[in-house]
Design a protein around this ligand. Structure first.
Ligand SMILES: CC(C)(COP(=O)(O)OP(=O)(O)OC[C@H]1O[C@@H](n2cnc3c(N)ncnc32)[C@H](O)[C@@H]1OP(=O)(O)O)[C@@H](O)C(=O)NCCC(=O)NCCS
Length: 199
């Protein structure tokens, strides 16, 4: 039996999810999240439309000759190689230091915090370091948005809520546990975590 390749040795490409690809994210979302937690297609379309720069996809290049992972280039559209979506992160903007039910339900264009709604990897590709790689690319991308903001609005922090068993994933890329979240949704408690951006 061949061992599954880890993220470092897969030909991955990171690019913003286009409106056309939102249904592909929805297919993964409903496959991987419990029904009570999965975003609706309508919500994903709303998020992509409201904050396209905060919707990052992880694609697998289906070209066997390419075996080194490439990094995310926002304006790059260089490859004609077929790509398979294997994971994504989607967010909107919120104001304030903590996430609430209400702030998570909308997008505040003047918000200085990024609220991550989904970090999702297709089950066939899980436990290979892809979410970790995707999170690192995402945080670098957000830092890049700040660095290019030239005095206009900057992003201060990245917030998310997670169940206890996945907090280690986020701690591993630099998120800090704030504590139990005020958000109640489903039977299990949510824990709020924050990553501080340079601004
Ligand atoms: C959670 C999820 C994004 C992780 O993706 P992934 O690509 O498998 O994550 P990684 O391989 O980068 O995991 C890195 C580490 O995080 C931890 N981790 C990841 N998934 C975990 C899980 N389901 N349970 C416990 N720890 C987990 C492990 O420590 C893992 O290291 P290891 O594989 O060496 O033990 C993926 O399982 C998923 O999409 N789940 C459904 C959606 C979801 O629940 N998203 C999180 C919302 S808070």
């Amino acid at each position: 039996m061949t061992e599954k390749k880890r993220a470092e040795s897969l030909p991955l490409e990171f690019k913003l999810v286009s409106a056309d690809d939102v249904p592909l994210t929805y297919a993964i979302e409903i496959q991987e999240y419990p029904e009570s937690e999965a975003a609706s297609l309508k919500n994903l379309i709303f998020r992509q439309n409201a904050a396209p720069e905060l919707f990052l996809g992880c694609y697998l290049r289906k070209d066997d000759n390419q075996d080194s992972p490439s990094s995310f280039h926002p304006s790059s559209n260089s490859t004609n190689t077929p790509l398979e979506l294997v994971g994504y992160i989607v967010s909107t903007l919120v104001s304030g230091d903590h996430l609430t039910h209400s702030s998570m339900s909308s997008h505040d264009p003047s918000g200085d915090a990024v609220c991550i709604h989904s970090v999702c990897v297709s089950s066939a590709f899980q436990r290979r370091g892809i979410a970790t790689r995707l999170l690192r690319e995402y945080l670098q991308h957000l830092q890049g948005l700040n660095n290019n903001a030239h005095g206009s609005k900057r992003l201060k922090r990245v917030l998310l809520i997670a169940h206890e068993h996945t907090t280690g994933l986020y701690a591993g890329v630099g998120f800090v546990l704030i504590g139990k979240s005020s958000v109640e949704h489903g039977p299990d408690p949510w824990f709020e975590m924050v990553y501080t951006l340079e601004h």
